[in-house]
Design a protein. Sequence first.
Length: 293
Amino acid sequence: MELRHLEHFIAVAEQKHFTRAAEAMSISQSGLSASIRALERELHASLFVRNTRSVELTEAGRALLCEGRRTLAAAEAARDAVAAVQGLVRGHLTVGLEQCLGVVDVPALLAKFRSAYPGVEIEVRQAGSTPMLDELASGRLDVAFVATSGHPVDGLDLRPLSTESMVLVCAPDHRLAGATEVSLQDLAGESFVDFDRTWGARAISDHAFAAANVAHPVTIEVNDVHTLLALVAHDLGVALVPERIAAKRGDHKTVPLVPGAASAWQVSVAVPTSPAASLTADALIGMLPTTRT
């Protein structure tokens, strides 16, 4: 089995199409098909169910996909280790980022990294924290800036950068706008504006209301901080958000939660704990400013 066979297999698995995968890998479709057939002969198993429009993974293919990604990540880490010994940091760094974390100036950090290591190709993906944690564990990301409740995640090392409380945001004339603090029970019967379920703040809110046995009906779901706050300011719902996000606009009211009502919002830089963790990710993390809480 050759690494290029795994690279070709993963390309087809992700594109679900031989022609698109061949274009992405810059090889001929016949060459890609031959590579997949060679891998299937090696493994004595069919990896794809083929039809005229797309391809789907077989059970054997699904089993190979996760381990194939880990194998390629380990191979890249091995190359990086040799390059580091030789004083030549190179390779590929894939960075995940949830929007509006505000703790680290990631563009400035990446610019500093590129200046120090021009031989490293940088790829950035913006998404919610929940899928990024999965992509880190599977080897599809090298490092990610995520927001979570701070609880441990199997297979990952979460290194805290900042921690802050969740607060209620509501319209200026809302019945709770003048309160000194609110409990989750005070919010029974309210309608909520909230982020997509992949966002860290949404996961914290969902868990808090479930633990308190209080309904949390999200009638408006968004993927943008400023839109959420504008909707709240127009009294289209209330929301629980981190203090940092609440401070991004001034046309709503911010009310503290009673202590312990919800887990804190923790921004962390996350990396896999496996031996295949990227040396380039370690180099990037080494350029971070001093940890803040």
